[in-house]
Design a binder for this molecule. Structure first.
Ligand SMILES: *Cc1c(COP(=O)(O)O)cnc(C)c1O
Length: 367
């Protein structure tokens, strides 16, 4: 049996007629940049989230950058984030001129809230928790610390569409949430796309202006900005997909339940731990094992694709050598590097495929 890591084609085939129609509509209308499909997406996404503003952008990385710039983060400042994420979470801090300050992760792969407060200095300007793999951080504790020091919290929701913490969705607790619609994300466009959600009117206005060359009205540039726009094709594709996203999220969760059941008896691996009071949306299903590389090779030989998210923690990357961190500064994030393995996870994954994966993992540890 062959099991791909993700299968974007199967999802496309299931909604092919709607998608193809949407694409040809945009082309026949030549509504390539801005226009009604983009407006519709912003409205629909905001309504789904019950949030006042959705500002569409070219990608999720820009969402973080734009938010920090409009919150006044810049040279000489520090922004606190996790040592374990995709580099967007930290490179955007540097892009503003500020310095990323890392915090180790907990057993859920999310920022360790017990190590957060000690990182706050007079230079700290914001905190960026990353709801990694689809699981939200301990938002109560993060907000308690942030409020104590009057720091804005930007939630990186790139991996946590429709995830919840105490019945509140990712992106609704901090001052804003940033989303990515990269094709492989839980809600994926057919190219780059992203957005910001916020209930803060002023921040919404500023971020929108900054992302549109500093102008909300044509030729009325109130400031210099950047060019970060969602294009009409991607918006129209996302509009089709929004009708299915909650169903697809449920399918991911059901697949995780099957995984948990068939894997929980294998003592040589650790299945993902789920925090109390959260709804995990399983962007990734990440197990831990001492024999990671051997297991991945064995699965590959048996037609099962896996991946490692991520093989190098942020503080161990060459890009951050200048910060002079050592591996031991964030031992959990460092230790995970050689243990983590992402198993196939997508809504269309079948029960028999998951059972096949579990059989092969069992075989591997028996031999
Ligand atoms: C994907 C991702 C981003 C960036 O999104 P892009 O749309 O690819 O720019 C940011 N943060 C995290 C945690 C991500 O996984």
């Amino acid at each position: 049996m062959k099991v791909p890591f993700v299968d974007l084609k199967e999802q496309y085939n299931s909604i092919k007629i709607e998608i193809d129609n949407a694409i040809s509509t945009v082309i026949s209308e030549t509504s390539f940049i801005g226009g009604k499909h983009v407006d519709e997406f912003e409205k629909k996404f905001a309504n789904l989230y019950g949030v006042k503003h959705c500002i569409s952008l070219a990608n999720g990385t820009d969402a973080l950058y734009v938010l920090m710039k409009m919150l006044g983060v810049g040279s000489g400042d520090e922004v606190i984030t996790t040592a374990y994420s995709w580099i967007s979470s930290s490179e955007t801090i540097s892009q503003t001129g500020a310095q990323p300050v890392f915090v180790d992760v907990d057993e859920y792969f999310t920022i360790n809230v017990n190590k957060l407060e000690e990182k706050i200095t007079t230079k700290t300007k914001a905190i960026i928790p990353v709801h990694i793999h689809g699981q939200m951080c301990d938002m109560d504790k993060i907000m308690e610390i942030a409020n104590k020091y009057s720091l804005p919290v930007i939630e990186d929701c790139a991996q946590s569409h429709f995830s919840e913490y105490k019945d509140k969705r990712a992106g609704l607790t901090g001052i804003a949430g940033s989303f990515s619609f990269y094709p492989g994300k839980n809600l994926g466009a057919y190219g780059d796309a992203g957005c910001i959600i916020t209930n803060d009117d002023e921040l919404a206005l500023k971020t929108k202006m900054f992302a549109r060359h500093g102008a909300l009205k044509k030729h009325q540039h109130e400031m210099e900005g950047i060019n970060s726009r969602l294009d009409g094709l991607q918006a129209a594709i996302l509009n089709v997909k929004l009708a299915y996203i909650l169903k697809w999220t449920d399918a991911r969760i059901s697949n995780a339940v099957i995984y948990d059941n068939v894997l929980s008896s294998i003592t040589q691996i650790e299945i993902p731990k789920v925090r109390k009071n959260v709804k995990h949306s399983y962007h990734l299903y990440v197990i831990k094992t001492e024999k990671r590389d051997e297991l991945a090779n064995y699965l590959k030989e048996n037609g099962i694709d896996t991946a490692v998210h991520y093989p190098i923690a942020l503080h161990n990357m060459n890009a951050y050598k200048y910060l002079n961190y050592s591996r031991e500064d964030f031992p959990v994030a460092s230790f995970n590097e050689n243990k983590i393995l992402s198993l196939p996870m997508f809504p269309e994954l079948k029960r028999d495929q998951i059972e096949y994966i579990a059989d092969k993992i069992n075989d591997f540890f028996k031999n």
